[in-house]
Design a protein around this ligand. Structure first.
Ligand code: SF4
Length: 129
């Protein structure tokens, strides 16, 4: 299972990072795990243990260039194999509208592509289920 951490920031791109991870999990049940953005940097033992033991790799979904999700994973030596930047996906601009979902479909596709890149099941294998 691949662990995916959205930064969940208080802006359009931060909120979209969460929405994209939730939708990706809905589409790939059992293949993607939601990694809490706060538990790792706060050094919560159970969440750190889960990050190291439950996932074969991690993906960070950062709303902007500050890259909080990447840094949170790196803070517990769970360096992400891929880091997505929402502002770069489809040229999305950061703003304060928490309901803004422009660019969300492209972001979901990017999360799923990153999961595939880390050895998630191939589309053909999924089709045969
Ligand atoms: S990466 Fe950017 S949008 Fe996300 S929590 Fe950090 S500062 Fe906010």
């Amino acid at each position: 299972m691949i662990g995916v951490m959205p930064c969940s920031g208080a802006c359009n791109v931060g909120q979209m990072s969460t929405k994209a991870v939730v939708e990706a999990i809905q589409r790939r049940p059992g293949e993607i795990g939601f990694v809490c953005a706060l538990g790792l940097p706060l050094q919560i033992p159970g969440i750190i243990k889960k990050a190291h033991e439950n996932y074969t790799g991690h993906i960070a979904v950062n709303g902007c260039h500050v890259s909080c999700a990447t840094k949170a994973l790196e803070s517990v030596d769970a360096d992400p194999a891929a880091s997505l930047l929402v502002t770069h996906v489809g040229g999305i601009e950061k703003n304060g509208d928490l309901t803004d979902e422009s660019g969300l479909p492209a972001l979901i596709d990017s999360v799923l592509a990153a999961v595939d890149g880390l050895g998630g099941r191939e589309p053909q294998a999924r089709a045969q289920e």
